[in-house]
Design a protein around this ligand. Structure first.
Ligand SMILES: Cc1cc2nc3c(=O)[nH]c(=O)nc-3n(C[C@H](O)[C@H](O)[C@H](O)COP(=O)(O)O)c2cc1C
Length: 327
């Protein structure tokens, strides 16, 4: 039974990747993920916003007074410290693991994307995940303006690094399939569908906004299934399925609709590294029952392109004849 696969040109021992988060801050954890059978790990993102915030704090608490040179030194030190911490994280994971180590960045400025991508490549990461999320919240800005920013960042990154990179995106695009197709025509090797972001919730007692649950619920995976299923084999890229994958059955579903790999985060936070081994044994048991020797044998079998009633992917209304159709 061969559950190995490739992703962005990297060889993976399994299609289960531990996704971007603090889960891999601790090397012992990363080793446990590899032992349980993870195909790769993604490190938490290096956030330019966080670094700028830390730099600002340094300026506010500037113990040197407000002389420009010292202020510059404090800023420089704070930024360097953050970047060194991150490059050390890459190096430590690379030394301890045989599986690929994928780093991640989330930037705000053009300079940031270029500078951080370069630093990550130099630190030895096998690949980069570009965690990009621009909320289209401006009532007077056109969707295309935002899309241009994505395309420009991708272009700059592809000019800067030679390691493969994936784009981790949201679904907030007016023409999602069309825009993913445009992104697939760039030098990006893969796309992670979809990012889960910080979401606001409301506390009705205090009447204030509070952070929503940081962990996913299982239902979030349905959206991933729909879009990977629609786009598989129509768009020239590889998809990493993300959000709401808690068990082996859901891993199989995502591979069946066409995911190249799956990413898990909340499941590992809640159940520990052993969940990876459990997912793998569900996957291999299922492959045995269905007579598949490898993942290529069934990947995409349930995608829109390969099913008898492709309209099932585009149905959105609960009409009677549809729910009676026996599916
Ligand atoms: C505690 C925590 C930290 C995270 N940190 C990052 C991060 O640094 N970068 C990123 O791209 N995604 C981050 N994520 C999002 C996850 O990578 C993932 O996209 C999301 O949790 C959905 O997957 P899941 O349903 O398996 O949790 C984080 C998620 C959690 C719960």
């Amino acid at each position: 039974m061969d559950i190995s696969t490739t992703y962005m040109g990297l060889k993976l021992q399994s299609p289960i990747i531990v996704g971007a988060s603090g889960l891999t801050d601790n090397i012992e954890n990363s080793i446990a993920y590899e032992k349980e059978g993870a195909g790769a790990i993604v490190l938490r993102s290096l956030f330019e916003e966080q670094i700028l915030h830390d730099v600002d704090e340094q300026r506010l608490n500037n113990m040197y007074g407000s002389y420009a040179d010292q202020e510059y030194y404090a800023m420089y030190y704070s930024k360097k410290h953050n970047l060194t911490q991150y490059t050390n994280l890459i190096k430590k994971n690379k030394e301890a693991l045989n599986i690929p180590v994928i780093a991640s960045i989330n930037c705000m400025s053009d300079e940031g994307w270029i500078e951080y991508a370069k630093i990550i490549e130099e630190a030895g990461a096998d690949a980069l995940e570009v965690n990009m999320f621009l909320l289209p919240a401006e009532t007077d800005q056109d969707g295309e303006d935002k899309e241009r920013i994505y395309l420009s960042v991708v272009e700059q990154i592809s000019k800067t690094i030679s390691i493969p990179f994936a784009l981790k995106i949201s679904y907030y695009f007016s023409g999602l399939a069309n825009f993913i197709n445009k992104l697939a025509m760039t030098d990006a090797s893969a796309m992670v569908l979809f990012n889960k972001f910080y979401s606001p919730n409301v506390d009705i007692e205090t009447e204030r906004i509070i952070p929503g649950d940081i962990y996913s619920c299982k239902e979030l995976n349905i959206m991933t299934i729909r879009w990977i299923g629609i786009l598989y084999d129509k768009v020239n890229t590889q998809f990493a399925a993300s959000r709401g994958i808690y068990d082996g059955e859901t891993v199989i579903k995502n591979l069946l609709v066409g995911a190249q790999v799956t990413q898990i985060v909340s499941a590992v936070y809640k159940n520990g590294p052993k969940v990876i081994g459990e997912m793998i044994s569900t996957l291999t048991d299922w492959m045995k029952r269905h007579n598949y020797n490898d993942i290529a044998g069934f990947r995409g079998n349930a995608s829109q392109k390969n099913i008898k009633r492709p309209a099932l992917y585009e149905r959105t209304q609960f009409m009677k004849y549809f729910s009676d159709a026996g599916y």
